[in-house]
Ligand binder design. Structure first.
Ligand code: ZN
Length: 146
């Protein structure tokens, strides 16, 4: 199946099997929960922001390989980044996931570019990012991809 070839690249498999930052963050300054009802992915993203920098960022939850790998790659990318830069990267990632294209070097995030060909999978790949954005905005309601 093409979906396997396109999406289940080794980096995605590795991040799904050994997710980075997959734990509860006790001293979080921001957190939010996100659900993707279409696939059944559920996660909570927590972060510790200090002086405009994301000092720590973690996630917990359950979901498909794409959602978990995306959250793992997202947290490892955003850790140590300025909040402002993270917000603009969210916009870039959203464009990458929905069109497969990007105006900047997306590093490891680029492995998820293939999801744009599978609209249902776009929601899996962007759930972590929408939830992260909700956390930054101190959203108390559950973030939904629908
Ligand atoms: Zn999913």
């Amino acid at each position: 199946m093409d979906v396997i070839k396109d999406l289940y690249q080794q980096l995605i498999i590795d991040h799904n099997q050994h997710p980075q930052n997959f734990r509860i963050l006790e001293n979080a300054s921001h957190s939010a929960e996100g659900h993707n009802p279409l696939c059944g992915d559920e996660m909570k993203v927590s972060l510790l922001e200090k002086d405009g920098i994301i000092k720590e960022i973690t996630f917990i939850g359950s979901g498909c390989a794409i959602s978990k790998a995306s959250a793992s790659i997202m947290t490892s990318t955003l850790k140590g980044m300025k909040v402002e830069d993270a917000k603009s990267l969210f916009i870039n990632f959203h464009t990458l996931a929905t069109t497969g294209e990007s105006s900047r070097d997306m590093g490891k995030l680029a492995v998820l570019a293939g999801v744009h060909k599978y609209p249902a999978r776009v929601k899996c790949a962007t759930l972590a990012w929408h939830t992260f954005n909700g956390a930054l905005n101190n959203t108390t309601e559950i973030i939904k991809t629908e």
